[in-house]
Every structure is written in structure tokens, then in C-alpha cells.
Design a protein around this ligand. Structure first.
Ligand SMILES: Nc1ncnc2c1ncn2[C@@H]1O[C@H](COP(=O)(O)OP(=O)(O)OP(=O)(O)O)[C@@H](O)[C@H]1O
Ligand SMILES: [Mg+2]
Length: 1027
């Protein structure tokens, strides 16, 4: 075989293509905007938060698969019009697949990588869905076609392998036997480089056979996923095609490897994101993808002439196996897939940057010869030489000599070696083929059974793995569960599946399902405890999260579209049963609040993960319970605006009752780590170490993903509105402290007391009618927190404490009361004196429009209390906290112009009111002089003002209770189990509350109007205008 001169290799840059897919349902529901545009081979991405920020990149190929397509009668997505810009699967294959095919036929190693965030279309491009076949099946199809066409000139062999890398473990997807614990080993050999030891290679003779193998591989991947409780988005899938072509005429053998790689979703790399967690994300989970990024970066740097000391191929399994694909002997293509939606901006930008780096990588591909072939060739050559020498000796008449004997022995030895190598090789192939034939027979049998019996079909989070497992329910009784002890049991694996989980009965063409004691079975979103008849397309969830669609007898099937029952459908149905749903009308309507939609989708995404975490906690005896909560559902900011809602996970220790609140990202990270622990626990158990203390369970606390040090928790907030301070009116309030979801956590007694600089409360005569009178003057007040009553946090568990925290205006630090422990009605008696030396307009605006948000913090045994760092505050020697000290921010000329104009307007209006007042005084003076009524002007203003201030005070007090009523109305929701009657009662109650609310409001406004009218009347009477 002739290898090309290694020095004559070409330098091949990695070719990069970018593809953008259509909006998915979620993006359409959220009314997403497309932020990707393409012109020729350049692609631009628009920052949705900043219209000025647009980034452009250029690649070898760009594919617009976002719009301009239709679905034809066979389900194929094709361009709307001939020559339209929509890039279908054929176009992508023409550009990328064809090149790979030609390379492989020429004897080059080739690699195709798909990179992109979860759900961006990697598997769609690589494998395809239904009739829209992807690059891999198309490639195989054309490969065998090419072989068929050139049958006379060459002999060809194709070997197919399929593997998965999950958590740094290699799983052979074509192996039937039980999984090797810890996965297959990756070894290195001088000649071969890195390879997977014992990986199955199946000889293939047709494209159909390859497709069947892929089907088989996907099936193994699916079961492995449920088995390991893994999410396929986090695993890498590799298909390796080994091509061997023997050109007998030229006596050349060419051998090439084609690696086809569907990478894990890229965003997992950064899933821990900005929030720091005590435990780093399980390194192994992302190791392969992170290392791939590092290798690509190092190679890209190398290509632009930077000095690179080390390329970390050896740091992960994936990069070991892809070593030749990146910077080595391979022609490599990367397809980067993008979501078009604005909500995916950050991910898409990062994918583009990644792709940009990848395109700089330079490879050095050469035409290959196989080592086996070379050894045989060398042995044969040696034999030829030996024969030549022998015949020469024969000529020279030196037969029978020792040397001839030796040569003959060597010759025989070589021939035996050749035969041994060939036989071993053939044996290996025969075995693999036989094995595969058996597996294939199973697939054929399954197809037949689908036409005869009802069955359940697996539904996976990864659409690529849905519908792969079919479990048939033939006539009679079938027990489903972990156990496969009898011939009438259907064995499934998964979290929360019991040995004996449930019974399917198929009698007279009716199928029923009966859960066995303790088993969790959900049908169409609701848990069942009794025998339930199944209908075609019913949704089943067994255990924590094994999801199946029930398919009835063929006669019941009709032409329905099963694809709508995807994983998201199952989870939405479950969430709806818990009372978390978006009405039909709101989904897809333009008015749906995108943030609410995001919360809803997060909720249904996390729901199965929480169920799994609970199950793992139970099995590992961790004694913690996880529960999803919506943060800020009922809470608002200091201006009363709703706060951004988000999902959090409440973690409760069942024994100590300690509580933690984890953010979404922290929970996701911890869940990865829990899976890791759980898998180790399972393998330890299967190794027979069940009885002793299991290593995985007995983790030290600082490594335990189920545990965290306790911290103070924000239990709820109450609003103390500051408006009265602007008028120097004291305020005393009983405030309801509301929890995140609107529950009453406590009642808090608080006061705002305007006072003198020495802290003496002001009297009614100091009340202001117009707050602007306070402008530029000193303002002092006390914020008093008297007592908390009925604290739920302590009522539930006595061994706890509380603190109140709050922020005020421009203070850099929050304030905290000291902690009070073990008391349901803790006395706080906390008083802070605040002062502004020169009241600014900003402070006045703040007082009139904002509230102090009083936060109730819960403390648990062992957690340190919250403290206010006094050093950062500005305080007088008397201990008065100064606020409103900051000079306004640097104004631009335009700003100062505007400010000047505003000042002018204000001065004008002050001038006008002064004039009015002046006239008034003059009139009063005249009337006093004329002796009509001896009212001294000086006494008139305070008495009127005091009356007015009192009226205002009444008004503000009443308004506070109305505000409370409004909050109650907002929180008022029907109960989760409400039926029609329940809903009617709810509506009645709601209208009663509304009626009360509007009556109260009317009454308050009416009283205020009356008071003001009375004051005005009195004032005019006194001033003698009305006689
Ligand atoms: N070009 C496309 N045209 C039409 N539909 C597409 C296209 N690309 C992706 N989709 C659809 O988007 C969904 C997600 O795609 P896919 O399964 O390929 O994502 P993925 O990148 O492999 O995600 P994961 O990382 O989770 O495996 C699928 O339902 C698929 O049919
Ligand atoms: Mg995929």
C-alpha cells in the first residue's frame, strides 16, 4: 500500500458552517424576535438589549433554515419556492457531507462535529428527524452508492461503531451485554493513537444496515440514559465509520476513519454561571466539552502564531478520541447550530465565537494505510526476498545447507503469521456480524409486534431518543417493575421504580393499569391509586420520571399525530395538575408577559428534576426534601412595582427542619452532583458492598451535594410607606409581613416619627401642607420597629430566631435589628434616628413615592446573624444616621439646561402663589382694619394648616388599610383543588373583596373631599370673603 509522502501533506483549516433553525414552540409562545441575519457567508447577530450592538462573523458556509420553507406531502421541509434561501437537509449534505464522503474515499480521515446549545438543532443536522434525514444517514447512503458504482475496480469494507461519552465514561452503544462498570477504557498506541479498547465494530454492507445499527445504538442510548438517570443533552455521541478500500489492480489499500460527533449541549459548560456555589460543578460532567474548548482555543492561538506550550488533548476522553480531528491527520468540518431567538442571544453569541476560533485550526491530513495491511505487506515482501535468496542459492547449488534450512523456517513462520493475522481478523468480524444479526432480528420482530399489540412508548427530554423503547402489552396480565423474575414481567429501570411497580391487564382488547402498593403512577397528569383503564395516547409517568405514551390496538390508532405528546407536554400536564399553568388564551398571545412565560417554562423544566432529586434523597437516606417555589410571586419593590419572578428550590431537612433556599442554577448544579453520588452508590451496591457503609452515601459534609451550611433566609417583606414623613405627620402601623408566595409570615408594628434634631417628636403644629416647604431644611425622623407578632417561622419550629432588615434612601448599607430567638411574638424595640441636613428634591420625591421594605429574616441554629456595617454609614457624634448627603450626579450640559428650566418653572409657580398669598394677606389686613372681624392673620394659617394636616393624616391612615386590602385582592387565588363549585365560590369571594375595596376607597375619598371643603369654607368665612 502506498502512503502519500508525509511531507507532501496539505494544510487543511477546519471548515466551519453555521445553521439557524426555525423558532420552536417556546420561542413562538414568548413572541421572540429573530436576531440572526445572513448575507452570503457572513452572519450577523443583534444584541436585543442594545440596538447599536451588532456583531458580524464570516464562515465557510452559512445556512438559513429559519424561514421560507414548507412541509411537503411526505413531511419533508423544502424551500417555499424553487431556489429560495431556505437551506434544507439536502443543501447541507451537498456542501458538507459530500466533501467528507470524497475525502474518505480518497483515504483521508474526516471528522464532522456538531456544536451548539441544547435544542439548537445539532441532532437535526447530524441524524435528522423522520423523513428529514441528516448528514449521517445521507452520507452512508451515498457511500454505499459510490461503492456499488465502482464494484469492479475496488473491494470495500465498512465498519460501524457507535459510542457515547457521558460523565467521562465511554459506553458502547452497539454492545448487547451489560455495561462495563466505569465504561470502556481509552488506550493509546504509538501507531493508532488513542482508541477505545473493545469497542464493537460491525461490518456493514448497505445503508439500510447502517440505519438499523443507528436505531439500535439510539435504543441503547435511551435505556442507558434512564438507567444512569442521565440527560442525553449532556452526553456526546460518536459514530465511527471505518472504510477500507482495496484496489486490486493497483494493489493499494486505503483506510480512512470518519468520525461523526453530536456534541453535548454547549451551555452546560457555563451552567454554574455567575452564582457561586460552595461545591464546584461536577468537573467530569463538563470536562470533555470544556477541554474541547481549551484545545480549540490553544490550536487557534497556534494558528495565528502565538506561542502555545501545551495542547490539553489528554485532559478528557473526548479530546483524546478527537486528537487527530483537531490539529492532526484529518479533514474536519464543524457545524455550529443556533437558535434564532432573542432570548438565546448570549448562547448564540458564544457559539459564534467558538466557531470563529475553530475555523483557525489547521490540520495536516494524509492518505492512510492500515497497520494490519502494512504488516502483512511487509511480511509478504520479506517472504518474496527470502524466496529470491533461496532460488539464488538453488542456482548456486548450495541446497541443503544450514542457511537454506534457516531461510525456509523463516519463510514458513512468516506465512503462518500472515495467516494468523488474517484469521483473527476474520474471526473477529464474523463474531461481530453474528451478534449484530441477532440484534437486528429483535428489531424486525418488534416491528411485527407493533402491528399486533398495544404498547407503551418512551418519551424522552431529547426528542432524538423519544419513541425508541416499546414495551408490548399482550393479552393477559403483566407486571412492570425492576424485577424480571417471571416470564410475565416487563422489566424497566429508572428512579423511583419499585421491584414490583404496577400491573397491566389486557383483557378483551381493554388495557388497564393498577399501581402496586407504594408505587407512583401518574396518568394524564394525575396520580392514580386504583385500576384505571387506558385509552390510546394516554400519558403515563412511572416512578419519579419515566414517561411513556400508551399506544392502543392498531384499530384505535387512526391517523393521529403523536408528535404533540412530547416531553414538554407531559410536564405541562403535570404542572397544570399542581395548579401551575398558562391558560390556553395566554400561551401564544402577544400579551403574554415574557418573564412569566420564562418562569412557567423553568418550572416545568425543573419539576422532573426535583422529583428525581427527592427520589435520590430518599434512596440515599439523605433526609432532605426539595420543593419548587416561585420567588417574589406576591412581593413588590419600594415603589410597589411587582418584583421579577423566578424559580427557587426550597430544601428542607426532614429531621432538623433546617431550611435552605437554592437558586435555579445552584439546584441544577447540585442535581448533577447528586446524580454522580447516586451512580457511585448504585455501582457500589452492585459490587456487593451494600451492607457496609457505602462510600458514596457517607460523604464528608463539605463534599455532600445534599448539604449546605445554614444561612439566614428571607421569609417575607412588609411595606412601610413614607409619604406621611414628607408632611411631617407621624405614622404608626401594623404591617402584614408577606412571604414570597403571599402567605402571612408575621405582623410587624412599626412607626415613623418626625422629630427635632435632638430626637423630640414634633407636634401637630409642625405639620406641613406643602412638602416642598421642607426643601433645603433639616429633616429628622425616627424609624421605630416595636414588635413582631405571630411569627410563623418560629411557630413552626421553636428553635429559631428572626431579624428585621431594611434599606433607606441612599444609605449604602442595610440595617438589621438584633436577633430575637425562640419567641413567636418577639419584642424588637429598635429605633434608628435618621436626618437629612438639607432636604433635597430627590429625598422629597423618594418620601412621597416609596416605602421602606422591611425584610423579615429567619435564623436557624448554627447560622450567623446579619449585621449592619456601621463604618460604611455616615453618622453624627450623637449617633444620628445621615441620609441625603450625596450631591446629585454630574449633570451634562443638556441636563443642567433642563434642570435650570425646571427651576425657573418652579420659581414662577412659587412667585405666583406668593403673589396670591400676598393679595390674601392684604385683603385680610383691610378687613381687619375695617373692623369686620378681628382675625389676626398670623393665627389663621397655623389653625387652617393644622386642620388640613389632620385631614391628610386621616386620609393616609385610611389609605394604608386600603393598600392592604388591595394586596389581599392580588394574592387571592383559587385553591389548587378547586372544581367548578370551588371556582364559583372563589369568584363570589373575589367580587365581595372588590366591592369592599371600592366602598372603602369611595368612603376615604369622600371624607377627604368633605374635610377639605369644610376647611376651605371655614377659611373663607374667617377671612370674611363669604359673609
Ligand atoms: N433546521 C431545522 N429545521 C426544522 N426543525 C429543526 C431544525 N433544527 C432543529 N429543529 C427542531 O428543533 C428541535 C431540537 O433540535 P435537536 O434535537 O436537533 O437539538 P439538539 O441541538 O440536538 O439538542 P440537544 O443538545 O438537547 O441534543 C427538534 O424538535 C428539531 O426537530
Ligand atoms: Mg441532540
Amino acid at each position: 500500500m502506498r502512503a502519500k509522502d508525509p511531507n507532501k501533506h496539505s494544510n487543511d483549516c477546519v471548515k466551519v458552517a453555521v445553521r439557524v433553525r426555525p423558532f420552536n414552540k417556546r420561542e413562538r409562545d414568548a413572541g421572540s424576535r429573530c436576531i440572526i441575519s445572513m448575507v452570503s457567508t457572513s452572519i450577523s447577530i443583534q444584541d436585543p438589549r442594545d440596538s447599536q450592538n451588532q456583531r458580524s462573523f464570516s464562515f465557510d458556509y452559512t445556512y438559513w433554515s429559519h424561514s421560507g420553507f414548507i412541509r411537503d406531502y411526505s413531511g419533508l421541509y423544502v424551500p417555499e419556492e424553487l431556489g429560495g434561501r431556505y437551506a434544507d437537509q439536502d443543501r447541507v449534505f451537498q456542501d458538507l457531507g459530500q466533501g467528507i464522503l470524497e475525502n474518505a474515499l480518497q483515504g483521508y480521515n474526516s471528522t464532522l462535529l456538531a456544536y451548539g446549545q441544547t435544542g439548537s438543532g445539532k441532532s437535526y443536522s447530524m441524524m435528522g428527524y423522520g423523513p428529514n434525514k441528516g448528514l449521517v444517514p445521507k452520507l452512508c447512503d451515498r457511500l454505499f452508492q459510490a461503492f456499488g458504482e465502482t464494484q469492479d475496480s475496488r473491494q470495500c469494507q465498512v465498519f460501524f461503531s457507535m459510542l457515547e461519552i457521558y460523565n467521562e465514561q465511554v459506553v458502547d452503544l452497539l454492545s448487547r451485554g451489560s455495561r462495563t462498570p466505569g465504561g470502556l477504557r481509552v488506550r493509546e498506541e504509538q501507531q493508532r493513537g488513542f482508541y477505545v479498547e473493545g469497542l464493537r465494530k460491525i461490518p456493514c454492507e448497505s445503508a439500510t444496515q447502517v440505519e438499523q445499527l443507528m436505531e439500535q445504538g439510539t435504543r441503547t442510548r435511551t435505556t442507558a440514559a434512564t438507567h444512569m438517570n442521565a440527560n442525553s443533552s449532556r452526553s456526546h455521541m460518536l459514530i465511527i465509520l471505518q472504510l477500507k478500500q482495496i484496489f486490486s489492480k493497483e494493489s493499494i489499500t486505503k483506510q480512512s476513519n470518519v468520525n461523526l460527533v453530536d456534541l453535548a449541549g454547549s451551555e452546560r459548560q457555563r451552567s454554574s454561571g455567575s452564582e457561586a456555589d460552595r461545591l464546584k460543578e461536577g468537573t467530569a460532567i463538563n470536562l470533555s466539552l470544556t477541554t474541547l474548548g481549551n484545545v480549540i482555543s490553544a490550536l487557534a492561538d497556534l494558528a495565528v502564531g502565538k506561542k502555545v506550550v501545551h495542547i490539553p488533548y489528554r485532559d478528557s476522553v473526548l479530546t483524546k478520541l478527537l486528537q487527530s480531528a483537531l490539529g492532526g491527520n484529518s479533514r474536519t468540518v464543524m457545524i455550529a447550530t443556533l437558535s434564532p431567538a432573542d432570548i438565546c442571544y448570549d448562547e448564540s453569541l458564544s457559539t459564534l465565537r467558538y466557531a470563529e476560533r475553530a475555523k483557525r485550526i489547521q490540520n495536516r491530513a494524509v492518505v492512510n494505510e492500515s497497520p494490519t495491511e502494512r504488516i502483512i505487506k511487509e511480511l509478504k515482501a520479506e517472504n518474496a526476498r527470502l524466496l529470491q535468496r533461496l532460488s539464488r542459492m538453488d542456482h548456486e547449488g548450495r541446497r541443503g545447507s544450514d542457511e537454506t534450512k534457516e531461510l525456509r523456517q523463516l519463510l514458513t513462520h512468516n506465512e503462518l503469521q500472515i495467516r494468523a493475522i488474517q484469521t483473527l481478523w476474520e474471526q473477529h468480524l464474523q463474531e461481530a456480524l453474528k451478534d449484530w444479526e441477532q440484534q437486528y432480528a429483535n428489531i424486525t420482530q418488534e416491528r411485527r409486534m407493533m402491528q399486533m399489540h398495544p404498547y407503551i412508548l418512551n418519551i424522552n427530554e431529547d426528542a432524538q431518543l423519544s419513541g425508541v423503547v416499546k414495551l408490548f402489552i399482550q393479552e393477559g396480565e403483566w407486571e412492570i417493575g425492576l424485577s424480571d423474575s417471571s416470564s410475565r414481567s416487563i422489566s424497566i429501570k429508572g428512579l423511583g421504580i419499585q421491584d414490583r411497580h404496577a400491573i397491566f391487564r389486557n383483557e378483551l382488547r381493554h388495557v388497564t393499569l393498577t399501581p402496586l402498593a407504594g408505587a407512583k403512577v401518574i396518568v394524564n397528569g394525575s396520580a392514580i391509586s386504583q385500576t384505571t383503564e387506558l385509552q390510546h395516547l394516554d400519558r403515563l409517568i412511572l416512578g419519579s420520571n419515566c414517561t411513556y405514551l400508551f399506544i392502543g390496538y392498531p384499530s384505535e390508532r387512526g391517523g393521529d399525530d403523536w408528535s404533540r405528546y412530547d416531553y414538554e407536554y407531559f410536564q405541562s400536564e403535570l404542572a397544570a395538575a399542581e395548579g401551575i399553568c398558562l391558560g390556553e388564551s395566554s400561551v401564544g398571545s402577544a400579551q403574554t408577559d415574557p418573564s412569566l412565560l420564562a418562569v412557567f417554562y423553568d418550572y416545568i423544566k425543573l419539576m422532573p428534576m426535583v422529583a428525581e432529586a427527592n427520589q435520590m434523597s430518599k434512596e440515599l437516606g439523605k433526609g432532605v426534601d426539595f420543593k419548587l417555589e416561585i420567588k417574589n410571586l406576591a412581593l413588590s419593590d419600594p415603589k410597589g412595582h411587582d418584583l421579577q419572578k423566578d424559580i427557587v428550590v426550597k430544601v428542607t431537612s426532614l429531621a432538623s427542619k433546617q431550611v435552605w433556599i437554592w437558586s435555579k442554577t445552584k439546584f441544577v448544579n447540585r442535581k448533577f452532583l447528586m446524580e454522580d453520588v447516586y451512580q457511585r452508590y448504585q455501582s457500589e451496591q452492585s459490587d456487593g458492598r451494600g451492607a457496609q457503609g457505602l462510600l458514596a452515601v457517607a460523604l464528608p459534609r463539605d463534599k455532600d451535594p445534599f448539604w449546605d451550611p445554614v444561612e439566614p433566609l428571607l421569609l417575607g417583606t412588609a411595606h412601610l410607606w413614607l409619604q406621611s414623613l414628607a408632611f411631617r405627620i407621624p405614622l404608626e402601623e401594623q404591617l402584614e409581613v408577606l412571604g414570597s408566595e403571599g402567605t402571612e409570615e408575621a405582623i410587624l408594628q412599626a412607626q415613623l416619627v418626625p422629630c427635632t434634631s435632638t430626637g423630640i417628636p414634633l407636634g401637630e403644629d409642625d405639620i406641613l401642607i406643602d412638602p416642598s416647604e421642607a426643601l433645603g431644611r433639616r429633616l429628622d425622623f425616627h424609624l421605630v420597629l416595636d414588635q413582631c407578632c405571630g411569627v410563623r417561622w418560629i411557630r413552626e419550629v421553636h428553635n429559631r430566631g428572626v431579624q428585621i432588615g431594611f434599606r433607606l434612601f441612599d444609605c449604602s448599607q442595610p440595617f438589621y435589628t438584633p436577633t430575637v430567638w425562640h419567641n413567636v411574638n418577639p419584642l424588637l424595640d429598635h429605633r434608628v434616628h435618621f436626618a437629612s441636613l438639607h432636604t433635597s428634591q430627590r429625598l422629597l420625591d423618594y418620601l412621597q413615592s416609596s416605602a421602606v421594605v422591611l425584610e423579615l429574616w429567619g435564623l436557624q441554629e448554627g447560622c450567623s446573624e446579619l449585621r449592619c456595617s456601621i463604618e460604611a454609614l455616615k453618622m453624627t457624634a450623637e449617633g444620628i444616621t445621615l441620609i441625603d448627603q450625596n450631591s446629585p450626579p454630574q449633570a451634562t450640559p443638556v441636563d443642567s439646561m433642563r434642570a435650570l428650566q425646571e427651576d425657573l418653572e418652579e420659581l414662577k409657580s412659587i412667585n405666583a402663589s406668593l403673589k396670591k398669598e400676598n393679595n390674601n394677606l392684604r385683603e385680610q389686613l383691610n378687613s381687619a382694619r375695617s373692623g369686620l372681624e378681628g382675625v389676626r392673620s398670623r393665627s389663621l394659617r397655623p389653625s387652617c394648616d393644622a386642620e388640613f394636616a389632620r385631614a391628610l393624616k386621616v386620609f393616609y391612615h385610611s389609605m394604608t388599610s386600603v393598600r392592604g386590602q388591595l394586596q389581599r385582592l392580588r394574592r387571592h387565588r383559587p385553591s389548587e383543588e378547586s372544581d367548578l363549585l370551588g371556582l364559583r365560590l372563589f369568584v363570589d369571594e373575589q367580587s365581595r373583596l372588590l366591592r369592599d375595596f371600592s366602598e372603602q376607597l369611595e368612603l376615604i375619598v369622600f371624607t377627604l373631599k368633605q374635610d377639605v371643603a369644610a376647611i376651605v369654607r371655614r377659611k373663607r368665612e374667617r377671612s370674611g370673603v363669604w359673609s
